[in-house]
Write a protein that binds this ligand. Structure first.
Ligand SMILES: Cc1cc2nc3c(=O)[nH]c(=O)nc-3n(C[C@H](O)[C@H](O)[C@H](O)COP(=O)(O)OP(=O)(O)OC[C@H]3O[C@@H](n4cnc5c(N)ncnc54)[C@H](O)[C@@H]3O)c2cc1C
Length: 378
């Protein structure tokens, strides 16, 4: 079942579906094995205007609603979750906060090259001692003339090995304890460097690195929002980003379900198809039902955002439900495939490895529960 989409949203969804089937599916396992940034896919997404989604046309973007963005992300993730992950960090976490909190000059300067994919975006809050507890960041920004001087380092950053523009969060000691401030940093600025690419369990085509800031001078003109308003920008950005992860979870889950149905209708044991066993049917039923519910939560939260509602609780619910469902579905998918699902030449193992990340980044499942509890109890 599809959430009600406008004609424009349906068109984008159809384009993404076609692209994913023809261009992403055939290369997904090669990209997984290569463990390199999926440049080819990124360039193709740029040609289709996906890197400019949810960026207004006056800044070079393709426009489109958040519902359109999640619909596209679901289709991409179904074929290649890494490609969807790259887009989530690029658009959802980097271009979107510039759209929402940037000055006119910042939008004109940074959005066109993100929208057309000439530059790659990233978002950096996480540090060694600040994961779930983002208020604990130690990176500092000290005003010096017409610049801020940034010092610190950020861990695990998606698109980190290749990014050109990063939305970075640092604390201004003079404003402690409410000094978190956001900056747009260009990675060719002196003092900026990257650690080696991390090796990860899954999501191999979306690469990650530590970003290091050693006396990086950022012009005052590149401060995103007011001094001390970084926490609000970070949380609102994560609300949007979480919708992307929820959509990604729905896409992975849908891929697993379709493969599992196909296999159950082909595989014979004890003289009959395994799909004739109620045990297998009920697994498929639970998978399909959870995907449907996850999809509705995700698209509903995106529609609320399009209507300018604050969606912290709804985005957290969508991400929590969809990512937990996705992991469970990936495990069940392997069970239905039996031993074949455990083999590295089956795509089922990739789905499982990619699925696990959806429960961790942009806030773990425990953090989503904290967000929802806060909304329920205040
Ligand atoms: C592949 C990957 C890509 C990432 N990309 C980015 C990125 O682009 N930009 C960025 O800034 N960050 C990124 N991250 C960081 C990611 O958002 C964090 O890893 C995540 O928020 C969890 O932080 P942590 O790893 O430090 O775990 P911790 O915060 O140390 O948590 C460890 C465990 O304790 C639990 N826990 C912590 N506090 C509580 C509590 N109060 N109650 C109950 N349980 C709790 C957690 O849920 C978790 O299970 C990425 C991470 C990964 C793995």
């Amino acid at each position: 079942m599809d959430f009600h989409l406008t004609e424009e949203e349906k068109m984008l969804q159809a384009t993404a579906r076609d692209f994913a089937r023809k261009e992403l599916e055939p290369v997904a396992s090669r990209i997984d094995e290569a463990e390199e940034f999926a440049w080819e896919n990124f360039k193709k997404m740029a040609e289709l205007g996906f890197t400019g989604l949810a960026i207004p046309p006056e800044y070079g973007g393709s426009g489109g609603s958040m519902v359109a963005l999640v619909a596209v992300m679901e289709e991409l993730a179904k074929a290649c979750a890494s490609t969807c992950d790259i887009l989530d960090a690029h658009v959802g976490l980097c271009a979107r906060p510039i759209c929402l909190y940037g000055t006119e000059e910042q939008k004109k300067e940074f959005l066109p090259s993100l929208a057309d994919g000439k530059k790659v975006g990233a978002f950096a809050i996480t540090e060694a001692e600040a994961g779930s507890d983002i208020a604990a960041i130690k990176t500092t920004a000290v005003r010096n003339g017409d610049s801020y001087v940034l010092n610190g380092s950020k861990l695990f950053i998606t698109n980190g090995p290749v990014c050109d523009i990063v939305v970075v969060f640092a604390n201004m000691p003079a404003l402690a304890p409410r000094g978190m401030t956001a900056f747009i940093v260009e990675t060719d600025t002196p003092g900026f460097s990257r650690g080696p690419q991390y090796r990860k369990l899954g999501m191999h085509g979306a690469t990650n690195a530590e970003l290091i800031f050693d006396n990086v001078r950022v012009p005052v003109a590149n401060r995103l929002g007011d001094e001390g308003k970084g926490m609000r920008i970070c949380l609102a950005t994560l609300d949007e980003g979480r919708l992307g992860i929820a959509a990604q979870s729905v896409g992975i889950g849908q891929a697993v379900l379709e493969q599992a149905i196909r296999y159950a209708k082909e595989r014979r044991q004890f003289g009959s198809l395994i799909s004739q066993n109620q045990a297998i049917q009920w697994m498929l039923v639970d998978m399909a039902t959870r995907i449907e519910a996850a999809r509705l939560l995700t698209y509903q939260a995106a529609a609320l955002l399009d209507a300018n509602a604050r969606i912290s609780k709804e985005a957290a619910m969508a991400k929590l439900f969809a990512s937990e469902a996705c992991m469970d579905i990936a495990v069940k998918g392997i069970q239905i495939f039996g031993g074949y699902g455990y083999m590295m030449d089956s795509p089922m193992q990739r789905y499982l490895r990619d699925a696990k990340l959806t429960q961790i980044y942009e806030g773990t499942s425990e953090v989503q529960r904290m967000v929802i509890a806060r909304a329920l109890l205040t």
